[in-house]
Design a protein around this ligand. Structure first.
Ligand code: DX5
Ligand code: ZN
Length: 217
C-alpha cells in the first residue's frame, strides 16, 4: 500500500489560509491534517468551527481531523457537517472509546484513535478491528515544531504486528516531528500516513517538500 502524506494546517499562515489550502490542493498531498485543541486536554488552543468552515470551503482533498479535546462525543455530528472524512479521538480522552468509535462510523466517517507517546499500543488490541486509523503521537500533542520521540519506531513495529495478527485494516499515522530524517525510517517500520506541519510549511518550497515525502519508497 502506498503511503499517504497529510500536511498539518496548524503550521499554515492563518493570515493567508486560502493560499495555503490551495497550495495543498495543488500538491501531491493526500489529506489535510486538521488539529483541534481545547486548552484542557492539551495546553494549547488551536481553532474551531468558523476556521474549519473556511478550510472546508476551499479544500479539495479529504479532511483528516485530529481532536485533542475532552468529551469529543458531543461534537461528532458537527465535524461531519464541517467535512471531516477521518475523525480521530484520543484514547486518553475517551472513557467509552468503543462507543465513540461506533458513533463516528455511524456518521459515515473513518474512525481514528490517537495515542500519546506514553500510551502502549497493546491497549488497542480489543478495538483494533473497529478502527480505520491509529495516530501515533511522536511528540506530546499541543504544538507544532517539537522534536521527534525516537521510541516511536518501536511502537510502529509493535502496532503493525497487532494489526496483522488481528486482521485489521487500520492505517498507522505518525504525527509530530516528521521530516526528511525521520520519514524514511517511519515508512520502513510500517507507517502508512505521514503528518507534517513545520517541515512542510517552514520550508522554502512547501509543494516540493510534500512531493519529497510522497516520493519516498
Ligand atoms: C501536534 C499536532 C500535530 C502538529 C505536528 O499536537 O497534532 O499535527 O501539527 O507538527 P510538526 O509536524 O511540526 O511536528
Ligand atoms: Zn495532529
Amino acid at each position: 500500500m502506498d503511503h499517504l502524506v497529510a500536511p498539518s494546517i496548524l503550521s499554515a499562515d492563518f493570515g493567508n489560509l486560502q493560499r495555503d489550502v490551495e497550495m495543498v490542493n495543488n500538491s501531491k498531498a493526500d489529506w489535510f491534517h486538521i488539529d483541534i485543541m481545547d486548552g484542557v486536554f492539551v495546553p494549547n488552543i488551536s481553532f474551531g468551527f468558523p476556521v474549519l468552515k473556511q478550510i472546508q470551503k476551499h479544500a479539495k482533498k479529504p479532511l483528516d481531523v485530529h481532536l485533542m479535546i475532552l468529551n469529543p462525543d458531543q461534537y461528532i455530528k458537527k465535524f461531519k457537517e464541517r467535512g471531516a472524512e477521518v475523525l480521530t479521538v484520543h484514547y486518553e480522552a475517551c472513557t467509552h472509546l468503543h462507543r465513540t468509535i461506533q458513533a463516528i462510523k455511524a456518521e459515515g466517517m473513518q474512525a481514528g484513535v490517537a495515542l500519546n507517546p506514553h500510551t502502549n499500543v497493546t491497549l488497542l488490541e480489543d478495538v483494533i478491528q473497529d478502527i480505520d486509523l491509529v495516530c501515533l503521537m511522536s511528540v506530546n500533542p499541543g504544538f507544532g515544531g517539537q522534536s521527534f520521540i525516537e521510541n516511536t519506531y518501536d511502537k510502529v513495529k509493535a502496532l503493525k504486528e497487532i494489526i496483522k495478527r488481528k486482521k485489521s485494516n487500520a492505517r498507522i499515522e505518525i504525527d509530530g516531528g516528521v521530516n526528511a530524517l525521520t520519514a524514511p525510517k517511519l515508512l520502513e517500520a510500517g507507517a502508512d500516513v505521514l503528518v507534517a506541519g513545520s517541515y512542510v510549511f517552514g520550508s522554502e518550497n512547501p509543494e516540493k517538500t510534500i512531493e519529497g515525502l510522497k516520493n519516498l519508497a
